[in-house]
Write a protein that binds this ligand. Structure first.
Ligand SMILES: [Zn+2]
Ligand SMILES: [Zn+2]
Length: 117
């Protein structure tokens, strides 16, 4: 008389990163975003805003959302299409921004302690 049943089908959908950013695809392909992005790029004169602050003139390549897009705010134009939430950055600055969120690597010391390197 077993009431607990295993559901292998359900377990398959847990975890994994195959679905990562799938929810953002439609937005990134939308005309609204493409137009908004190009207007912003022109307003920023096509230069990386972060490099410019440090006195470096470098072309910006990516329009970054200061408030990161999430499945919750992806359909909210005050977040996704708001110029105040955008920043034109070069590839390096963009990578630095997103890399800063997560530890790049873990290192396990000889005594077993874990450190972020
Ligand atoms: Zn830059
Ligand atoms: Zn970004």
């Amino acid at each position: 008389m077993s009431e607990v049943q295993s559901q292998p089908g359900k377990l398959l959908s847990v975890g994994g990163k195959a679905m990562a950013k799938e929810w953002a695809k439609a937005f990134y392909n939308s005309t609204e975003w493409k137009v908004c992005r190009e207007i912003y790029r022109a307003r920023a004169r096509g230069l990386c805003e972060r490099c410019l602050k440090r006195g470096i003139v470098k072309p910006g390549e990516i329009v970054h959302h200061k408030t990161y897009l999430t499945p919750q705010n992806i359909s909210d134009p005050s977040v996704t299409l708001n110029h105040n939430n955008l920043e034109l950055v070069c590839r390096e600055c963009h990578e630095a921004e997103h890399r800063g969120l997560m530890p790049r690597r873990w290192a396990v010391g000889e005594d077993g302690t874990v450190a972020i390197v």
